[in-house]
Design a protein around this ligand. Structure first.
Ligand code: NPW
Ligand code: ADP
Ligand code: K
Length: 510
């Protein structure tokens, strides 16, 4: 599990070490970590460091200091290193160490920004040490021109390797917000702890691969601000049937999805749930949709019952419900049933406050905008996309439900504040029907959840929602290897990922 802290919390945790005169030691650890990671990436790209060209962008603060020390080490191994000083001042000792290894320096100005950008584009690697946790607002002035040139080249596949020092310059370390411009990276080498701003919003998209260097802040860090589940965290959340199980004890999922207008959503949600694994799937909806469900998934048990008439362990309601009043009523009843429930798509429109954390709302940014407005909050889609953590937490606090806010990084926020961010997905999943499959996966995890009550902490449902986003993202990424993702064809990929994650448990019963 990745544990993330706000930039503010990391700076607070550094304070006692700085007061004890250990700032230099921390910087050397950070710089060595940055050097080692950059050296490995450069070697992987070019075969060797000797003879490569490295441009280091150095701002006035300690972030620039880290980057200059790291570049000095690369220069010692034979890289031709140039420091572009983006501010009038630079960390004096680090600059001296860089020059002592033969590093060249030049001051970035408005008038030379275009020429310097051209030189930086021709380098093998760029180390970004313009701004770290001390930055406020996006990049300004000539640093912005340089960053925009590198970002444009990245879109064209012509950018050098960009390694961000601690965080991509211009990203807010507390939130992931970018005011204006930040420098997109291939790799972010972050120090002491992963910053929350690397896990959400534009910051997550800018960070590329994240590597965390331990600089000894551990005991000073306190409670994490956010989490990211790794594959090894999922095994315990994917129940594997035991010899004592029968279909009902495994868990029954009720799916009230689809309508005459949108039958496909029900087929995809049901298919994804079956591929994740349930004891039984009961479908409630119009007879025409039920017939299609039974053709595609003969194992589903279908009816036109009301929510109160059937016995399940969890619900999925909303995908493809459209304006179907019966399905909307089922969504309201599922929310009121006291059972875990995934409330997706059209059903998000019938949400009212007073829910409980086992109700999981799964909006994308547009649906969250409408939900928050219906609750009297001032929200717009661009603001939510710029600062998604804030709005996911706000929606969870206002409704009492867990909120799964979908996007490039998908966030799961508990009403008590716990937050998970998952980024396994591929942009190929941005296609109609993707969300329906995510609902089905999450519904299956809720229906088969065996966590004892005593272990269901306040963030339990956010963790399950994050697990579903992880599974969904990986299944999509696997599918995308063979071309554009078609959500109705995701089932075998979901099955493959579940099989892979539960391998250990299968072996146990052989
Ligand atoms: N502390 C430690 O023990 C360790 C810290 N470490 C490292 O230190 C980093 C934090 O360093 P830091 O505090 O010096 O801040 P940093 O981000 O380098 O620069 C801030 C300077 O930039 C300026 N500035 C601000 N915004 C701006 C903007 N938009 N555009 C342009 N300029 C802007 C602002 O100047 P001002 O504008 O206020 O005059 C300010 O002086 C951290 O990320 C990590 O890498 C590691 O070595 C481990 C040990
Ligand atoms: N740019 C992106 N990168 C990665 N995943 C994405 C991106 N855009 C959307 N997704 C994922 O695709 C799914 C889309 O869901 P949604 O918008 O609800 O689709 P639909 O309502 O059509 O089923 C979500 O899981 C979301 O996280
Ligand atoms: K940086």
């Amino acid at each position: 599990m990745i544990r993330a802290y706000t930039g503010t919390a990391v700076r607070r945790s550094e304070a006692p070490l700085l007061a004890a005169g250990r700032g230099g030691e921390l910087m050397q650890r950070a710089a060595y970590g940055l050097y080692a990671a950059a050296a490995a990436s450069l070697t992987a790209r070019r075969g060797r460091i000797y003879g490569s060209s490295v441009t280091v962008l150095a701002g006035s603060g300690n972030n620039g200091g880290d980057a200059l020390y790291a570049a000095a080490r690369l220069a010692r191994r034979g890289a031709a290193a140039t420091a572009v000083l983006t501010s009038a001042a630079a960390h004096p000792e680090a600059l001296a160490a860089f020059r002592a290894q033969g590093g060249k320096t030049l001051a970035l100005t408005e008038s030379n920004a275009a020429a310097v950008s051209g030189a930086a584009l021709a380098a093998d690697a760029v180390l970004d040490g313009v701004l770290g946790t001390g930055g406020s607002g996006g990049l300004r002035g000539p640093a912005r021109i340089l960053a925009e040139a590198l970002n444009t080249a990245r879109l064209q596949g012509k950018a050098p390797l960009v390694v961000a020092c601690d965080l991509p310059s211009g990203v807010d370390a507390d939130s992931g917000r970018v005011a204006g411009t930040c420098l997109q990276a291939d790799l972010t080498v972050t120090f002491g702890a992963v910053k929350t701003g690397l896990l959400a919003g534009p910051g997550a998209a800018a960070a590329g691969e994240i590597r965390c260097i331990d600089i000894g802040l551990g005991p000073h860090l306190g409670t994490p601000d956010a989490y990211r589940l790794q594959a090894e965290d999922l095994a315990g959340l994917l129940p594997v049937p035991t010899p004592a199980d029968q279909k009902y004890s495994r868990g029954v999922l009720g799916v009230a999805a689809g309508s005459e207008t949108y039958p496909g959503a029900a087929l995809m949600a049901a298919g994804a749930a079956l591929a994740t694994g349930v004891g039984m799937l009961r479908y409630l909806g119009p007879a025409t949709v039920a017939r299609l469900i039974n053709l595609a998934h003969p194992e589903a048990v279908c009816s036109s019952d009301a929510v109160a008439d059937i016995h399940v362990q969890a619900w999925v309601a909303g995908p493809g419900a459209g304006k179907d009043e019966d399905q909307r009523r089922r969504a309201r009843d599922a929310m009121a049933s006291g059972l875990p429930a995934v409330i997706d798509a059209d059903a998000i429109g019938v949400v009212a406050p007073g829910l409980h954390p086992a109700v999981i709302l799964t909006p994308h940014a547009g649906e969250l905008t409408a939900l928050l407005r219906s609750l009297g909050e001032d929200a717009d889609r661009a603001e939510i996309e710029a600062d998604p953590i804030r709005y996911a937490r706000l929606a969870a606090a206002r409704t009492g439900a867990t909120v799964l806010l979908k996007g490039w990084a998908t966030l799961a926020a508990a009403p008590t504040g716990e937050l998970y961010s998952q980024a396994e997905a591929t942009p190929w999943l941005a296609t109609a029907g993707s969300g329906d499959t995510l609902s089905g996966i999450l519904g299956a995890l809720l229906a088969t959840d065996r966590t004892p009550d005593s272990e269901r902490g306040p963030g339990h449902y956010a963790r399950l929602a994050a697990a579903a986003a992880h599974l969904h993202g990986r299944a999509g990424t696997l599918a995308a290897a063979d071309g554009p993702v078609q959500p109705s064809l995701l089932e075998p990929r979901i099955r493959a990922i579940v099989a892979n994650l539960t391998k250990q448990s299968h072996r146990k019963f052989k």
